[in-house]
Design a protein around this ligand. Structure first.
Ligand code: SF4
Length: 202
């Protein structure tokens, strides 16, 4: 039996929020960042339950027909799902092959997690936040180094076309001009699909 992972929520029938078809969002607990305006503060609390990959498959398989008919699948979010790279790789082995796997991640994890994720993730939705190191540190309370290292791994693997990069306008932390500068820095790495948007927190 594979190791369990903490889950803080499962949300079915998302169309098309995370991927092309019907998806189920599986949100893991824990996150290494401490964003000032955290969108999922429950990820920092003790999760109410844990599941193994096999148990998760039993739960989400209820929507198999929708996933297969629409080209959808599972989107792993959180918290920080990249911390659960082994769990996700194990889930890929047992899930029906037509299911697509998406991940919504900050990439703020050790590069060792990428080895397990690269072969199994169909599309990466990357919560960049801001590419200016001081702003990133001020907002997340962590250095930007892990994000940069993992973006480089994706770029070196030629996976830019499988990535969507989210760059928010963050109240009190960056400006529209800084959003454009972040997009420019990422475009230089070959990324081409950007989502610039406003955090609405006030
Ligand atoms: S990366 Fe997401 S879950 Fe983690 S602290 Fe930031 S907003 Fe919260």
């Amino acid at each position: 039996m594979n190791q369990p992972a903490p889950i803080i929520g499962i949300s079915r029938h998302r169309i098309p929020t995370d991927g092309d078809g019907v998806t189920t969002l599986v949100a893991f607990g824990r996150c290494p960042l401490h964003c000032k305006w955290c969108l999922n503060p429950q990820c920092h609390r003790k999760p109410s339950r844990s599941v193994t990959p096999e148990e998760l498959l039993d739960i989400v398989a209820v929507d198999d027909i929708y996933f297969q008919a629409t080209g959808g699948g599972i989107c792993f979010g959180g918290g920080e799902p990249a911390l659960r790279s082994r769990f996700i790789a194990q889930f890929r082995k047992i899930a029906p092959q037509p299911w697509h796997l998406y991940i919504e991640t900050s990439l703020a994890v050790a590069t060792s997690h990428m080895r397990e994720l690269l072969p199994v993730i169909d599309h990466w939705i990357i919560d960049v936040k801001d590419m200016h190191p001081a702003t990133y540190l001020g907002y997340t309370k962590r250095p930007i180094d892990a994000l940069l290292a993992n973006l480089k791994i994706l770029a070196d693997a030629g996976l830019q076309d499988r990535c969507t990069l989210r760059i928010p306008l963050i109240p009190d932390f960056n400006t529209p001009q800084m959003q454009l500068e972040s997009r420019e820095a990422l475009a230089k790495m070959g990324f081409n699909d950007f989502d610039l948007f406003n955090y609405k927190i006030k």
